[in-house]
Design a protein around this ligand. Sequence first.
Ligand code: DQA
Length: 150
Amino acid sequence: MKPLNILVLHGPNLNLLGTREPKTYGSESLDDINQSLQALGLGLNADVQCFQSNHEGALVDAIHQARLDDVDGIIINPAAYTHTSIALRDALLAVQIPFIEVHLSNVHAREAFRHTSRLADIASGVIAGFGSHSYHLALRGLIQHNKEYQ
Ligand code: DQA
């Protein structure tokens, strides 16, 4: 069977993982997370491509490109853009690719401004609070979702 084509998008400041507030975000680097996701993908017959940007427009462009590249599902940690970005919401609505919103930290146990998401109500699922394991759960969830709804 053809591998599923999965895109993982990381938003602003996530390039600093490992050194950024490790008590909140853990000690793994973004490269560590991407490599472990790609290894997990291999075992689950999923081809995992990863992209990080600190710029909203670059993330919007990557979402548009995902449709041209026949991406089957998106895992996105929109980071601070979670709470603000109508542009990311509109891009995800436009491409109509199933996606899962992911957070390392439990955003609901943090400041009130982190309790709202511009994306959650249009996501196939939301996973928060499991550190880097949130991404692994999302990959398993997206693969299962794809089997059930395609
Ligand atoms: C985050 C939570 C966001 O509120 C924050 O702005 C981030 C990271 C997380 O993964 O826990 O940058 O998305």
